[in-house]
Each structure stands twice: as structure tokens, then as C-alpha cells.
Design a protein around this ligand. Structure first.
Ligand code: FES
Length: 159
């Protein structure tokens, strides 16, 4: 199935371009990717060419940006997306145990989505909250000082 943007998303993108002089329209790349991800939930590969064309860069540039920023997803994710930080501070403060606990509770491994589409677990690089390690991002929210008990609380509180 090929992903399509709604007219509302296209209107938002058109409006974004009014913020940049035409010779700097490539600066709209990141905001456009945010619009697409908000609309579809991830950045479908079939839209990369179109996005590159809009901002006037080669498609490889869009791919580079997508692989650099873990914020952008290249695959669909579950309703609840757990992004566990695996960088140094979180690693030193037990990210492996937290990740293993979460994987065990949800019955999926990092990089997987549950069969019912409810949960996805990813590991990501530093989320810039090292002082509150170990931490993760659950959808838009940062959750820090993680412990197994805190994971239980979080899971029990999900609608
Ligand atoms: S190392 Fe995990 S937030 Fe920085």
C-alpha cells in the first residue's frame, strides 16, 4: 500500500515554505518530516522522493537525515512506542536490565512490534537527559530514573 499525504498535511507543508526564502527551502526539510510523521506515524520510503523534490535535494539527503535522527521513524510503530536510551550514562546505570525487563513484560524484543500493534520497543542514542538515567521516551514523553517497578507502573497505567 502506498502512503499518501492528506490535503491538510500538504497545506501545512505549503505554509511552511512561506517561512523560508526560496533559495533556502531545503531548511524546511526537518519541519516537513515532522508533518509527515505526525500524519502517517512514520516516514514511508515511497514519500522520500517527493519530499526531496519539494525541498530540492537529492533523495540520498533525505535518507541521511532519517538515519541520523532517531526521532524519525522509517517503519510503522505500535500505539505505544518505547524508545530506551542505550548510550553511556543510561548504559552505566542499567539500561540493559531495564530493556530486558520491558522486553520480557511485553513479549517482544527491541526492534519489534507486538502482533496486536499495541507496543513497539526501540533502542535509541542519547536523549539528552543523561543526569536522569536510565531513561526512555514513551511516545512524546520522557520517563526517567527507570526501575522494574516503574516499568510495571507505566504498563499498568496505559489505557
Ligand atoms: S545517555 Fe541516556 S539520556 Fe544520555
Amino acid at each position: 500500500m502506498s502512503a499518501k499525504l492528506s490535503q491538510a498535511a500538504r497545506d501545512r507543508i505549503a505554509e511552511l515554505f512561506t517561512h523560508y526564502p526560496p533559495e533556502h527551502k531545503r531548511a524546511a526539510l526537518l519541519p516537513i518530516l515532522h508533518v509527515v510523521q505526525e500524519e502517517i506515524g512514520y516516514i514511508p520510503v515511497e514519500l522520500e522522493e517527493e519530499i526531496a523534490g519539494l525541498v530540492g535535494v537529492p533523495v540520498v539527503k533525505v535518507k541521511e537525515v532519517l538515519s541520523f535522527y532517531t526521532w524519525f521513524r522509517q517503519q510503522p510503530v505500535g500505539k505505544y512506542h518505547f524508545q530506551v536510551c542505550r548510550t553511556l550514562s543510561c548504559s552505566l546505570r542499567g539500561h540493559r536490565e531495564i530493556l530486558a525487563y520491558l522486553e520480557n513484560k511485553l513479549g517482544i524484543k527491541a526492534g519489534e512490534t507486538s502482533a496486536d500493534g499495541r507496543y513497539t520497543i526501540s533502542t535509541v542514542e542519547c536523549l539528552a537527559s543523561c543526569e536522569t538515567a536510565p531513561m526512555m521516551q514513551l511516545n512524546e514523553k520522557y520517563i526517567d530514573h527507570l526501575t522494574p517497578e516503574k516499568i510495571d507502573e507505566i504498563l499498568a497505567g496505559l489505557p
